[in-house]
Design a protein around this ligand. Structure first.
Ligand SMILES: *Cc1c(COP(=O)(O)O)cnc(C)c1O
Length: 222
């Protein structure tokens, strides 16, 4: 089933868009099944769960962290994480830099923006991002690499609202690119779109889509 789901989804995703298979809460046997179907990029939102799965699964998997990251948990994923989508404060970025340095690595990161109407979702606004990017301490962070932006749309049936929120993220990306990352080859990623809205996200310029339940089935949080 996972293999069929993956094949179906892949047919709807253009070559220039990367599929992150969001495997949070799912057992390693499910991830192995996706792996056997060719999937190499997995997204998780809990640091310890991601570390445990990393230990058990093939080492050519690229692990993307997509959830709210607590500073004291960075150490569990810093040795191997490929991309952290969810940088939502200057202090988190500094803490990631510190753990990356301890591991002698440069960790790729996205800045997460709050584009939804729900208050519950995490993310920076433009003012916070600007002050982060213009700060002296940011310039001294040698072990992180900012590769773009991430956002989550409002949980709603209103496709126009979702589309507008994705347009907002794309505009944020363009503004930051022009102002701070003109010469950066790395700054090129726009992570947006989940199972229910990834086709809209692709139309609005997503380069990374994060699809979970459409691949692995509905999640059981118990
Ligand atoms: C869970 C999650 C997803 C995937 O959600 P689905 O609706 O199952 O595709 C994508 N992004 C983030 C940040 C998530 O937490």
């Amino acid at each position: 089933m996972i293999q069929e789901n993956l094949n179906k989804i892949r047919k709807t995703i253009p070559l220039n868009v990367t599929l992150v298979a969001v495997s949070k809460t799912k057992p390693v046997t499910d991830l192995q099944e996706a792996y056997d179907a060719g999937q190499r990029i997995f997204g998780e939102n809990k640091a310890l769960e991601m570390r445990d799965k990393h230990q058990q699964l093939p080492k050519d998997i690229q692990w993307h962290f997509i959830g709210h990251l607590q500073t004291n948990k960075i150490k569990y994923i810093a040795p191997f994480v490929t991309l952290i989508h969810s940088i939502d404060s200057a202090s988190l970025l500094e803490a990631v830099n510190k753990e990356a340095a301890k591991n002698n690595r440069i960790i790729n990161c996205l800045l997460q923006f709050h584009i939804a109407q729900e208050e519950t979702k995490f993310g920076l606004d433009m003012k916070e991002a600007t002050s982060l990017l213009e700060s002296e301490s940011f310039k001294n962070l040698k072990n992180i690499n900012i590769c773009g932006v991430m956002g989550m749309a409002t949980f709603t049936d209103d496709n126009e609202q979702i589309r507008n929120e994705f347009k907002t993220l794309k505009n944020i990306f363009n503004t930051l690119k022009d102002s701070y990352f003109k010469d950066s080859e790395a700054f090129k990623e726009i992570s947006m779109g989940m199972s229910d809205d990834y086709p809209i996200a692709i139309e609005e310029g997503a380069t990374l889509v994060r699809v979970g339940s459409k691949i692995f089935g509905v999640r059981n949080y118990n």
